[in-house]
Write a protein that binds this ligand. Structure first.
Ligand code: TXA
Ligand code: MG
Length: 319
């Protein structure tokens, strides 16, 4: 993994200090394999409320609770057989499971934003795992950005946007995946995709069989966080562009390069969707500067990780 800037990587001492801050009800930003999270003790109402306040996040949008492993998750939520299979296959890793809260689970009601479910995931990043084990509690953590803005994939991104609002930012370098976890919910034995993410629909289907799209069926589960406008840069964004307008910067993919752009960032010159996912948020931030009039995005394939990349770009383009 790359190191971001000239900052020191999180070590045992800083992780220990961060764990103590979590236990004391403070906010800690930490790396995961997907994006950086803004973490707090998921059992502590005040600490969880502070996450919403620091991000300016609407209270109706519930948070993901991070745990070490399946055993820790089963203390908090009721698992159906398919959710167990999914956790066994994909954890630790970028899959979030929405499950019924277990009575007496001790989690703050705020993490669920009034729902009777909780979103759980066991992150794979070694710093996240070490923090969870030293803190000894479940950690609620949305992405460490202001609500509606681009998710952070380096510690420097977090410091720039939320630096003054967190007790400590643990630096784990640039996030390897760079795109948020996939959120799914099993209902009546069927697996619904609530948010496309870094584990693809095709990968989930290998375990779950069919994967239903949350919004398709009436009465199907939905994710309150799937707002139309999200991941928004300051500049306007146009999609599926072949010809840039004057002053526009371009986000290209492989040989899909908008012509006439003032600056070009190519998500993956070789056409690799994994590389494109890892570069997406960093490149959006790089192009989002006042010397351009807008960001022209080339068309990106919709298969595999392309589904999640296109999902984020459509939301970033919505105003
Ligand atoms: O990769 C990730 O998932 C990152 C890292 C830090 O783990 N976290 C993240 O959290 O992206 P956040 O808060 O930005 O996105 C959580 C998503 C939102 O769309 C939210 O609505 C949904 O999960 N969610 C959380 N709890 C839910 C629930 N009980 N039911 C349905 N959707 C839920
Ligand atoms: Mg987010």
């Amino acid at each position: 993994m790359k190191q971001s800037g000239n900052n020191k990587h999180a070590d045992g001492g800083s992780i220990q200090a961060a764990a103590a801050l979590i236990r004391a009800g403070q906010l800690v930003a930490f790396p995961t394999e997907t994006v950086y999270g803004l973490g707090a003790d998921a059992r502590n109402d005040h600490a969880v409320a502070a996450i919403f306040a620091a991000k300016g996040r609407p209270q109706f949008n519930p948070l993901i609770v991070h745990v070490r492993d399946l055993a820790a998750a089963q203390v908090l939520a009721e698992f159906d057989p398919l959710s167990v299979q999914l956790a066994e296959y994909f954890w630790p890793g970028p899959l979030t499971l929405v499950l019924p809260r277990r009575a007496g689970c001790g989690l703050s009601l705020l993490v669920s934003a009034g729902l009777d479910t909780v979103a759980l995931r066991a992150p794979a990043h070694p710093v996240a795992q070490a923090l969870l084990s030293k803190a000894g509690c479940p950690i609620a953590a949305p992405s460490a950005n202001l609500s509606g803005r681009i998710s952070p994939t380096t510690a420097a991104h977090v410091r720039a946007e939320l630096g003054g609002r967190v007790a400590i930012v643990l630096d784990g370098g640039a996030c390897a995946v760079g795109l948020e976890s996939t959120v799914v919910q099993v209902r009546d034995g069927k697996c619904f995709l609530l948010r496309p993410g870094s584990i693809t629909r095709e990968q989930i289907a290998l375990i779950a069989g069919a994967v239903e799209t949350g919004a398709d069926a009436p009465g199907a589960p939905r994710s309150p966080g799937q707002l139309a406008s999200h991941y928004a840069p300051n500049l306007p964004l146009r999609l599926n562009v072949t010809l840039a307008r004057p002053g526009e910067a371009a986000l290209a993919f492989a040989r899909n390069i908008p012509s006439g752009a003032a600056k070009i960032c190519n998500l993956s010159p070789g056409g690799d969707l994994n590389e494109a996912a890892a570069n997406l948020f960093t490149m959006l931030r790089e192009l989002d500067c006042s010397s351009f009039t807008g960001i022209a995005v080339a068309s990106i394939p919709v298969h595999g990780l392309g589904e999640a990349i296109n999902d984020r770009l459509v939301r970033a383009a919505a105003r």
